[in-house]
Design a protein around this ligand. Structure first.
Ligand code: GTP
Ligand code: MG
Length: 315
């Protein structure tokens, strides 16, 4: 799947230099180019209008702009969205009822804020029957930090009265040692979904491998481009499965920030635009964690407080 991802450089007439200018001008995807006028792109990038006209035409061919979908088809697709409980009613409510299938949900926050605990919890709740807030499915985890702990799953399974060994048998864990492996594992997850009813794909962490491999400003554009193509693979994974995708992300420390949160998620707008739900986690009083829903287009920015207990995530 990774191989058929279309990058700016795949557009006829776009070489590395033009691709760089397009990205600097904030034209980061084929779709972004396809929906813009050649004149505007030329202005923003300094690329000649003739070339821009050709680039836009090629982008429109590839992006299949002009494809229509009927309202009933759209409604049907939307009607297939299911919601997965997090174990906490407050956090479910914050998310409009739970973690949605067909969307990417991102949990970000500093070390120890509970991201890995939440992923563990979802790998358990996804197995619950629908009437208990689960999706009656299997979970897949791409573990890039080697933080998956079977013992932790067992405690959380017991918290729901489930058989711990059976729960573990429905969790498929893939260790990724670098970003290339991480990306390939999304293809593998899709293969698994042909064999098992996979309803959750967790990636813990989405960005750490990319961050470690692409250090320094010079490689930032390359890193962002790779993350973008990874995120696109995740979208394709969900189109094929009606599963939920949940990713974790670290924060950049930003000591210069005088107001608001002194932290920002890694990956910037690329991760931000693709994640439908972004939840910022921070440590609260007495071992609690505060979850804040950030820039959601259809839900208010508000907070929920959760506890990380022996039996799992609860209110
Ligand atoms: P990084 O991956 O380092 O960025 O952190 P993270 O956000 O993934 O943090 P993680 O989810 O690992 O949270 C660690 C915290 O969860 C610990 O400080 C504990 O408070 C809590 N925790 C971890 N394991 C257990 C457990 O077995 N029982 C209980 N009650 N709490 C736990
Ligand atoms: Mg972690």
């Amino acid at each position: 799947m990774t191989s058929d991802v279309i990058e700016l450089e795949d557009l006829p007439g776009v070489g590395p230099a033009a691709a760089e200018k397009l990205r600097e001008g904030r034209f980061l995807s084929i779709e972004a180019i396809a929906t813009e006028s050649p004149a505007k792109i030329s202005d923003a990038t300094g690329i000649g209008i003739g070339s821009c006209t050709k680039i836009v035409a090629e982008a429109r061919k590839i992006a299949e702009i002009g494809e229509f979908i009927t309202g009933d088809e759209l409604e049907k697709r939307r009607g297939e969205v299911e919601k997965l409980t997090t174990g906490s009613n407050g956090l479910n409510e914050l998310l409009g009822g739970g973690i949605e299938t067909q969307s990417i949900t991102e949990f970000y926050g500093e070390f120890g804020s509970g991201k890995t605990q939440i992923i563990h919890q979802l790998l358990v709740t996804v197995q619950l029957p629908i009437e208990e807030g689960g999706l009656n499915g299997h979970g897949v985890l791409i573990d890039t930090e080697n933080t998956f702990r079977p013992e932790r799953i067992k405690s959380m399974a017991e918290g729901y009265g489930l058989d711990p060994v059976e729960v573990l048998s429905k969790i498929h864990v893939g260790r990724a040692y670098n970003s290339d492996q991480q990306m390939l594992m999304v293809d593998k997850a899709l293969e698994l979904a042909e064999k098992y009813p996979v309803k959750l794909l967790g990636i813990d962490s989405l960005t750490s491998a990319f961050r470690a491999e692409f250090l320094g400003r010079g490689t930032l554009a390359e890193r962002q481009q790779k993350i973008r193509s990874h995120m696109r693979d995740l979208d394709k994974f969900m189109e094929g499965t009606n599963a939920a995708t949940v990713v974790t992300n670290q924060v950049h420390s930003n000591p210069q920030a005088m107001f608001g949160d002194p932290t920002k998620p890694v990956g910037g707008h690329i991760v931000g635009h693709t994640s439908k739900f972004r939840i910022y986690l921070r440590k609260g009083k007495a071992g609690t964690r505060v979850c804040r829903l950030k820039d959601s287009p259809h839900l208010p920015e508000s907070e929920a407080v959760i506890s990380v207990l022996e039996e799992g995530i609860r209110d």
